[in-house]
Structures are given as C-alpha cells and as structure tokens.
Write a protein that binds this ligand. Structure first.
Ligand SMILES: NC(=O)c1ccc[n+]([C@@H]2O[C@H](COP(=O)([O-])OP(=O)(O)OC[C@H]3O[C@@H](n4cnc5c(N)ncnc54)[C@H](O)[C@@H]3O)[C@@H](O)[C@H]2O)c1
Length: 325
C-alpha cells in the first residue's frame, strides 16, 4: 500500500486533532514536524514521535523528502507557508480560514493552479459522515429547498491584542464552518457546494469585547435559500443546522458528536443513517485527502471552491445587502 510521508507545520491546539487523524490513516506516516515554539515542539515530539523536528519549517522542507504537509497555524501566518509548500509541489492541507481575507485565498488558489501538489482546506464539517449521509438523502430528493445554521459561542478571544494580528473577524475565522456548511448542504451534486448569488446580512458588535453578532439571508445559484444566525456571547457553544426539501427535514446538532433528527415522508425516521454509503463511520477529511492524492482527484473543499465561502463570509461581515457579483 502507498505510504504518504507527512509533515505538520504548527503544533498548537488544533494540530492535535490532525495528528490523531494522520495516525489513524494507514496510508500516511508522520515523518516531520515544525513549530516555532520550543515547548510545543518538544511536547509534540514526545507525544507523536516524528522522526524529525524543526523550529524552522523551511529547513524541514529543504531537508526532508515529504509528500504532503499540514499547515495548522493561525490564519495570519498561513499565506507565506502555504505558498512555499505549493511552490515546492507538495500536497498541502490548509486550516480554516484560508487566509485573513478572500484576496489571500485567491493568492493560494493561484499557487495551487501552478503546483503539482493538491490543496485541501480543512473545513471539517463537510466531511462528517452524518452530514454526508443527510446530504445524500437530500440529493436523492432533488436537493435542499432551505438550509439554516446557528453558530453560537461564548465571547471570543480572537480579537484580543496579540491574536488580532493573526485572526480575521469571527465570521471569517470561525463561524466560516457553518457558512461553508450552508453552501455544502445546498449543493445539488455529490461533490459540489452551491454559490451564493444574493445576500441580506447584518453584522454588529455587542457591548462586551468579543461579542460580534451576525444574521444573514442567502439565495444560492440553484434556487435554494439559506439563513444563518451567529452570536458570540451567549455563554455556551451551540452549532446546529437544519435542511428541508420535499417530504424531508433533518435537524443536525453538531455541537459535539453529531446528533441527527430526521423526518421522512411525514414521519420521524428511526432507522440509523446509512454511513457506509458515504465512506463509513470513520470517514474524515484526512481519508478524503489521501483518496484524492492517490486517485488524482480534486478535493471537495479545494481553494477554488473555498474562495466562494470566503467571499460570502466577508460579505456577511460587511453587512452586504443585495445581489453578489
Ligand atoms: N476545524 C476546527 O474545528 C478548528 C478548531 C480550532 C482551530 N482551528 C484552526 O486551526 C488553526 C490553528 O489554531 P490553534 O488553535 O491550533 O492555534 P495555536 O495558536 O494553538 O497553534 C498554532 C501554532 O502554529 C505555530 N506557528 C505559527 N507560525 C509558525 C511557523 N512559521 N512555523 C511553525 N509553526 C508556526 C504557533 O507557534 C502555534 O503553536 C487556526 O487556523 C484555527 O482557525 C480549526
């Protein structure tokens, strides 16, 4: 079986979930890590046992023969690292948000077009087996008519001094998960997300620091309509979505382990979702990226596609009203 040699750049909080997925993917081997912070580098070395560890990611790329690299830094640090990896024709996994502003995503997209490496943006909600199974049911019924999402959290620390320089506004840095999920659930083909063509958005700040609020109504290019509400300051995490089409509704609670309530043909459906039909209960973005690399196919959450999610997030942040061009 093919063995992809993997490097990870940035070994902070979220990298730990990538380390777990890499470990669980038999076609990947973690070979090297890079982290500027000595304590984090040492901790990752102890916990994940790569062969090589570096404080300078360029030295890692110069010295180690890698097939793919995970870039798991904050958005403000991503661009030069991603450009360097794609410039070296490495397959590259990029954390969300892919840059601070849509223009940075476009720069990454241009580099990906010129690279022999593939790029995936790690918007992990797309790859949850329960999400894929609900989407499959929707598409069997002609696709979603309406999609809705809530993304609520305690006050955000993303704009604290120090972090501000490396994190864009919350709707881009974080609630992007459910903006992207709306596009994905509204998509009518198995590998496609819908594009927003009209938007009525409100974006405003609460009185306390770190409490932005967002409401938006979206029309997609295939006629599906969407809404999103996001509030940082409610004091707890709630990440839900709902989707509706003819004779079908699904309510998705993605706050923790996904919980799905499904109604089909006018009745609550008690039959478990068919996860095997969408890759199995352990499917995830790492499995998908491995398949794409080995089968030479385009990742579902490519930079080409994520540009549309970034544009939509930015338009919500701007309180856009009317058609989108
Ligand atoms: N998909 C999800 O559910 C999810 C959850 C949390 C965070 N994230 C995303 O993951 C990313 C990282 O978030 P985090 O919470 O792990 O942040 P973090 O600050 O804990 O980790 C980032 C690490 O990158 C390192 N770093 C920065 N520049 C570097 C460089 N040039 N070379 C090597 N290392 C470098 C930092 O020292 C830090 O340890 C963010 O983009 C965030 O949006 C995604």
């Amino acid at each position: 079986m093919a063995d992809l040699k993997v490097g990870v750049i940035g070994c902070g909080g979220h990298a730990q979930s990538h380390f777990t997925m890499i470990k669980n993917e038999p076609r990947m081997t973690l070979v090297a890590i890079a982290e500027t912070d000595d304590d984090r580098l040492q901790k990752a070395q102890t916990n994940h046992r790569p062969q090589f560890a570096f404080t300078d990611f360029r030295q890692m790329l110069d010295q180690i023969d890698l097939d793919l690299v995970y870039v798991v830094t904050m958005p403000g640090h991503l661009l030069p690292i991603v450009l360097e990896c794609l410039g070296r024709n490495l397959h590259t996994s990029i954390e969300k948000s892919p840059g601070m502003v849509p223009e940075e995503t476009r720069q990454m997209m241009t580099a990906a077009r010129q690279s022999k490496g593939k790029a995936i943006v790690s918007v992990n909600r797309r790859y949850k087996p329960e999400v894929l199974a609900v989407r499959r049911l929707l598409q069997k019924r002609g696709g979603a008519v309406q999609v809705a999402a809530n993304y609520h959290k305690p006050p955000s620390g993303l704009r604290h001094p120090g972090r501000w320089a490396v994190a864009p506004p919350e709707i881009i840095c974080d609630a992007i998960h459910h903006v992207d999920l709306l596009r994905w659930m509204a998509g009518q083909a198995p590998t496609e997300a819908a594009r927003a063509i009209e938007l009525y958005a409100h974006s405003w700040q609460g009185d306390r620091e770190g409490t932005p609020r967002y409401n938006a109504i979206i029309t997609f290019d295939n006629g599906c309509r969407g809404t999103i509400m996001s509030h940082y300051g409610v004091g707890y995490r709630v990440q839900t979505a709902e989707v509706h089409t003819e004779d079908m509704s699904a309510y998705l609670d993605l706050t923790g382990q996904p919980e799905i309530t499904l109604y089909l043909e006018g009745k609550r459906c008690e039959t478990p979702l068919d996860l095997d039909a969408v890759g199995g209960a352990d499917f995830n973005e790492t499995r998908h990226f491995t398949d794409c690399i080995l089968n030479d196919t385009m990742p579902w959450s490519s930079l080409e596609d994520l540009v549309y999610t970034m544009d939509l997030c930015q338009a919500i942040e701007n309180g856009h009203q009317g058609p989108l061009h």
